[in-house]
Design a protein around this ligand. Structure first.
Ligand code: ADE
Length: 415
């Protein structure tokens, strides 16, 4: 078997973490059980470019149980859990991923999974899809799936300019993905990463969240719960107003730069904090990014302006500016939740990855009807995923009475 990982000897440690995550993934477990019986993916190569984590490992094993031949490469150079990569290889699933790999190796690994001529590609950030539309236009696939807001934005841009040549399922757009993973997953794991890297007490800190989408809202909400004084920076007036009415201070980036102690970017856009903002920050300000790419902070300018750099803790770098101020950067400005912590907990990846498995099945079942455009999974799938998850949490679901069903479908009954 062809693979490229850092530490095969960590397979035992990885297997334990994969098992632990699996215990918190009841929805994926039920999909996996059905997949075992029905084998809907039989004989299809599925190439996944996802964060190589214990949760992803459970997805890979569910795909395999559905009859697929899964392969995995990393969707970020710094998010690979080397022990998990080793555990998957020991399970017979090829992995091409090494934590800390350079850009050349990262793309070598992307091409390695594509060399297996996948029927379906699975992305977190649209890197496989992008390569399929540039260097590897020779490959024909049934379709692709996409996990994140950032990836869906990239793919919609491809669709808008007529470049998109494969059907794509936007997994991110399923309610049981973005309402939970983006909010609760990013909210908790982002702070987890910052806390592991700094060991700071968040209570009483001025914590600036740049971007108030599903992810930003989650971060602001969780930081508020830990006692931070949250400031939101947002360009969309409706979202900014929502942040204000959620009880947060809303400021321009310039104002927030001077006020903040900790800054977290979650916008999906580039250079949302730049030198003009770093120039206004306090000595000891902490920068972290939880957006998909490491472009939200203008790090080239920060590095150029600093007179020295040192590692002060694991995943924490300190930049010294000419005027003596120190700016701290968590996890190299890469996704802080996966760079400095373990990513979203399994409880929430359970739903995201059930949707991924069901999206692969959807592409394969409907392959003759699909066109090169962006699809969302049917609402019934969201309802099934939610129902199983709710049951696993011990929640009961109320049912409409016949009388209520008739009332909702009629219009005559008033006061
Ligand atoms: N994205 C965010 N958290 C993740 C996790 N735990 N596994 C895979 N992808 C993720």
């Amino acid at each position: 078997m062809n693979y490229d990982i850092a530490k095969p000897e960590l397979a035992g440690d990885g297997a334990l973490r994969v098992e632990w995550a699996g215990r918190r993934m009841p929805v994926l477990d039920s999909v996996r059980e059905r997949f075992r019986a029905e084998r809907p993916l039989d004989g299809h190569v599925v190439a996944a470019c996802l964060h190589v984590t214990a949760e992803t490992a459970n997805l890979m094993m569910a795909l395999r149980d559905g009859g697929a031949e899964p392969l995995l490469c990393a969707s970020n150079p710094l998010s690979t859990q080397d022990d998990v990569a080793a555990a998957l290889v020991a399970e017979g699933i090829p992995v091409f991923a090494i934590r800390g790999e350079d850009s050349e190796t990262y793309y070598k690994h992307i091409n390695a999974v594509l060399d297996h001529k996948p029927a379906v590609t699975m992305d977190d950030g649209a890197d496989l899809a992008t390569v399929l539309h540039t260097d590897r236009r020779d490959l024909e696939v049934i379709g692709s799936t996409e996990e994140t807001t950032t990836g869906v934005i990239r793919l919609r841009a491809m669709a808008a300019d007529g470049t998109l040549r494969v059907p794509v399922v936007a997994v991110n757009d399923s309610a049981t993905k973005h309402l939970f993973d983006n909010h609760f997953g990013t909210g908790q794991s982002t702070l987890d990463g910052i806390i592991r890297a700094t060991n700071l007490l968040l209570a009483g800190q001025n914590l600036v969240v740049v971007g108030y989408g599903d992810c930003g809202r989650g971060v602001a909400d969780r930081a508020d719960g830990l006692g931070a004084k949250v400031i939101v920076v947002e360009v969309d007036p409706v979202r900014a107003l929502e942040a204000a009415m959620d009880g947060f201070r809303v400021m321009t980036a310039d104002e927030a730069a001077a006020a903040g102690d900790i800054f977290i970017t979650v916008t999906g856009n580039k250079h949302v904090l730049r030198m003009e903002h770093f120039d206004r920050m306090k000595d000891g300000a902490i920068l972290a990014n939880s957006g998909h790419f490491d472009i939200e902070l203008d790090l080239a300018s920060l590095r150029a302006a600093s007179t020295s750099r040192r590692d002060v803790r694991n995943n924490l770098e300190e930049y010294l500016l000419e005027d003596g101020r120190r700016i701290l950067l968590v996890a190299e400005g890469r996704l802080v939740n996966l760079g400095a912590a373990e990513g979203h907990p399994a409880d929430v990846m359970d739903m995201s990855f059930s949707n991924q498995a069901l999206a692969a099945e959807y592409l394969i079942i409907n392959r003759d009807e699909l066109e090169p455009k962006i699809y969302t999974l049917p609402r019934e799938i969201d309802e099934q995923v939610s129902s199983i998850k709710l049951e696993s949490l011990g929640g009961g679901l109320e049912k409409l009475t016949e009388d209520q069903i008739a009332y909702l479908s009629g219009w005559q009954e008033g006061t």
